[in-house]
Design a protein around this ligand. Structure first.
Ligand code: ZN
Length: 87
């Protein structure tokens, strides 16, 4: 089974331990996304770190031009999902 890595803390685990993020910076619930994906732990710390812009997300998605405001939006979106138990 392929292992995934959290873009914030670098821990490796199986898919179910992570929230999947698409290249369009949207959290993905299903496996129907194509292209590259990034993964982040379901931990508040790791999700909040996304907003700071110092994670490996750009490397994982092969994007160098991610805007800080988009990262903040993504971070908030994932936090809301995790807090509401939607993922
Ligand atoms: Zn993590």
């Amino acid at each position: 089974m392929p292992e995934r890595m959290c873009v914030s803390c670098g821990i490796r685990n199986e898919r179910s331990a992570f929230i999947k993020i698409s290249t369009r910076l949207e959290p993905q619930n299903t496996n129907n996304s194509t292209g590259r994906n990034a993964y982040v732990c379901r931990k508040i710390d790791c999700i909040q770190k996304l907003a700071g812009g110092k994670t490996r997300i750009g490397m994982s998605l092969k994007r160098t031009n991610i805007k800080k405001e988009d990262l903040i939006k993504l971070s908030n979106e994932i936090l809301t999902k995790v807090i509401n138990g939607q993922d």
